[in-house]
Design a protein around this ligand. Structure first.
Ligand SMILES: C[S@@+](CC[C@H](N)C(=O)[O-])C[C@H]1O[C@@H](n2cnc3c(N)ncnc32)[C@H](O)[C@@H]1O
Length: 395
């Protein structure tokens, strides 16, 4: 098989990859550094993403200065009305930023040689001043928050709603498979794997589980958590500090989120046939030629990331085996809607269903599941998606 090389856990690089903003990537070494590619554009793109990790503290402190300035600008009579001291908020914010920054430095450390560094007068190693595109600052913060969904106990309520129905269907569908079948390998693909929790849960069931991602923010972060954690609750982060809207109380933004909520290696060992791998790259480009390979494909909050959802369906229909199972959960919030210079084909579920059947699938189950995405349970705002959950078998 062309694209799979299932050494467990390691992120694989591909020659052709693409990011959400459709910028082209080329070969990405471990990921990135030792690339033999001379594609400067690709290197610069990765460098841009990595710089958002290194610059997290500086970018975040800029926001703290804004908060400090605004609070100090209001008349004393209003300050006196507040039961909390805003200076305490500022100090707690700075310390939380520092904690998040230390975590980001662990993730970005292998890429530091991409940047010029120098020694400060106090002996610290400093990296050349960086400019980070605002969109990459936003993506980094949303990646930080996504750790709650995938790797913390606080994300359990969301994972139960979203990942559990998929895992139940997989278990049921392959329940008649023998130990020998699992030993030989039952291959499940999870395109748009995000931070990799679903891929990992699938491996825990004994499948050869492969994730696919094209966002470097996701790839670098999932690589770290999947390959470098040795115990439960090894790190904490404070991902809620970047919004002070919809708070029930002043303490919530400073909540420490411990990750990962379980020890990955212990749990994988429990099922000796389970393996996982992650392939970097744009789904269609990476898997197009992977004809008739996959026993199962699971798409979770992924279908609507397509420019042209029909092309996703076509690819899935070609790379899945006859009698392979496709399980999907997610809304149809098309990602490229109203984006300049982007094609966006927006179809209803009814229309998509007909197309799926037209590509040779039989829809075995069709339900709606209400769930949130990357939300924090104790927030005053919850966006609930009425997700389409379907199970389709390739005939
Ligand atoms: C809405 S997120 C869902 C992540 C994960 N499945 C979850 O449920 O948490 C969609 C993910 O798909 C990735 N993605 C979008 N289009 C992609 C493509 N064409 N190829 C590979 N990954 C893609 C994005 O980078 C993002 O991480």
């Amino acid at each position: 098989m062309e694209n799979n090389d299932n050494n467990s856990n390691n992120i694989k690089s591909k020659n052709e990859t693409e990011e959400e903003d459709n910028e082209l990537h080329e070969t990405i070494g471990p990921i990135g550094l030792n690339s033999s590619s001379n594609d400067i554009e690709e290197f610069n793109h990765l460098k841009n993403i990595v710089s958002s990790f290194f610059n997290y503290q500086v970018d975040s402190l800029r926001e703290v200065s804004r908060i400090e300035r605004d609070f100090s600008s209001i008349p004393l009579k209003y300050k006196e009305r507040m039961s909390f001291n805003y200076q305490t908020r500022i100090e707690k914010l700075k310390s939380a930023i520092w904690e998040n920054y230390k975590f980001f430095l662990k993730i970005a450390e292998p890429y530091k040689e991409m940047f010029k560094s120098f020694k400060s007068s106090t002996g610290e190693i400093l990296i050349e001043p960086l400019f980070v595109k605002p969109k990459n600052i936003i993506k980094l913060r949303s990646t930080l928050k996504l750790f709650i969904r995938d790797w913390s106990k606080e994300g359990l309520f969301e994972r139960k709603k979203t990942y559990d129905p998929i895992l139940t269907e997989l278990k049921t569908y392959f329940s008649n498979k023998s130990e020998k079948d699992f030993e030989k390998g039952i291959y499940i693909l999870n395109p748009g794997a995000g931070l990799g929790r679903l891929m990992y849960e699938i491996a825990k069931l004994g499948f050869k589980s492969q994730g696919n991602e094209f966002s470097y923010h996701m790839l670098l972060s999932s690589n770290y958590i999947l390959n470098n954690t040795t115990k439960e609750n090894e790190f904490f982060i404070q991902p809620l500090i970047h919004s002070f809207s919809n708070l029930i109380n002043e303490e919530i933004p400073f909540k420490k989120i411990y990750i990962p909520d379980e020890c990955l290696s212990d749990n994988l060992i429990k099922n000796k046939y389970g393996e996982m791998s992650m392939v970097a790259g744009e789904f269609i480009r990476v898997y197009k030629k992977n004809i008739n390979f996959w026993d199962g494909i699971v798409t979770c909050f992924f279908l609507d990331t397509a420019n042209n959802v029909i092309e996703y369906i076509e690819t899935i229909s070609e790379i899945i085996k006859t009698n392979g199972i496709w399980i999907n959960i997610g809304p149809l919030l098309y990602h490229y809607t109203e984006m300049e210079n982007e094609i966006s084909i927006e179809l209803s579920w009814d229309e998509i269903k007909k197309i799926i059947i037209g590509y040779g699938f039989e829809i075995k189950k069709e339900e709606y599941i209400k769930t949130t995405y990357s939300s924090y349970e104790e927030s005053l705002m919850q966006t609930v998606y009425n997700c389409i959950f379907f199970v389709a078998i390739k005939k």
